[in-house]
Write a protein that binds this ligand. Sequence first.
Ligand SMILES: Nc1ncnc2c1ncn2[C@@H]1O[C@H](COP(=O)(O)OP(=O)(O)OP(=O)(O)O)[C@@H](O)[C@H]1O
Ligand SMILES: [Mg+2]
Length: 489
Amino acid sequence: ASKASVSTSVSSSVLQAAPCRCNAFLHRRGSRQPRWMVPWPPLLLLLARATPLPTAHNAFWGSVLSRARFEQSAALDAFCGEAFDEARFVDRTRLSGGVVLAVDAATDAQTRRPVVLKRAPEGMAIHLANELLPSLLNVSGAHVMTAAACFRGGVLDGVSSRVATYERMDGTLKQLLDRPPREADARLNYETHACFALQMMHQTLVGLAATHARGLVNQDLHAGNLLMRREGNYLRWRVADFGRACLVNASCAQRPGTQGIAPEAGHVPLTPASDVWSAGVMFLLVRCFAFEMWHRNGHRAHRDWMSRLNRAYGEAAAAAAARARSAAARVPIPTERERQAFENAAAAAARARAAPPAAWDNFTSLLDMLPKRCAPLAQHAGHEAPRENVLLAAMLALRWEKRPSASWLAVEFADLVRRRCLRAREPGKSNVTQIPRRPGDLEAVVKRMAADGFVKNRDARGSYYSRPGDATMYRSRAEVAQRLYLDGG
Ligand SMILES: Nc1ncnc2c1ncn2[C@@H]1O[C@H](COP(=O)(O)OP(=O)(O)OP(=O)(O)O)[C@@H](O)[C@H]1O
Ligand SMILES: [Mg+2]
């Protein structure tokens, strides 16, 4: 099936199947659309026929926005009914505070757990509704940041507000990249821990797949919005910050974020494939470019490069739409109104299918460089390196419709993690779902140690293993496996 039909059916199944309170509101939209929303029924019909994809960024839908906002805030009322108890959340410190949302770290005195509070003044509550979309749509919280609770009332900077509470995570991928890799916790040493990038990517894709299955596109996935938490030996990743998220097929006021922006984002109808691009950019960053792009050049160069690609795509899409419009204008259609509608539909369809700039200067050379640039971690990947490169290149396909879905990629990455990381232990998972320890594990460790240049040495305390560029003295192969190859455990 084409991505177009997938997106359409995903979102209609969301509207039909997701058992949540907000869905009741989303549901009603179809059944009781007031006449003012459809000022031009024939045009709507024509557009619906001619463009198989949702036109999230089409100006035509502007009139529908206020209605959608009303519905979201009604969903929010239902979800955030309980009154906020100021005394319950103590030791508050501001993490980030914009005009719209304030993010505070705090402790929940009732549960004694560290939490994060996201608050919006009453007039801006609709922005919180966006943040709450994963919770409202019952997206699994395993790898998506869903709210633990939401309250109404409470005063923020002197103004009445709504408050959503979240489990507090240890930090973001960006915070990790902003400081040199820490030796102390081998799992966080993204430069040498080959499983870091794979596990991060696998969990991100699982989170995205869950989000996309509900018809929700994040639109702002980047290293600052990927949260990490140590749970015993397990490193958990969650996709966070749904402030710019949109439902496929619904009207959408949010613009995509610029940090990991996909080439087509904002130029073609909203597609989950744009999140897959952003995930690919993070994989590229951590697996291949972390040192150079982040530490030396800073991430601005990286962001500018993506913005330029996005602009170039926009120009290509606009040119394709203009060509389709003028071709449509030559078709004899009796009434002016229908001719206009036909032209609009043709232009929208051409936009959706627009080819990206054919040989976008830096891009092809970037892909050519992949195997070389990805060398530091690719060497750990051994014979799996080509497969990782293929997946990376597929996620970064210039044409959005060629990118694989997050759910397909999640399965591929799960397989890589299983092969490469030997064992993945997730707290709370029963033994049945755990990946069993296989008899070949020791053999695999020995092979990888040889590939990584480990040698056996001796000192007063006995024998130890060491490798070039790493001052650690590993006392056993088990220690090497635990610290570098296993999931930290
Ligand atoms: N659950 C959480 N646990 C720990 N830290 C969090 C959590 N949620 C948010 N943060 C921190 O707060 C910052 C801002 O949160 P978020 O990205 O959701 O809001 P934002 O409106 O996008 O703000 P910003 O523009 O600063 O990214 C994050 O970058 C992260 O450092
Ligand atoms: Mg953010």
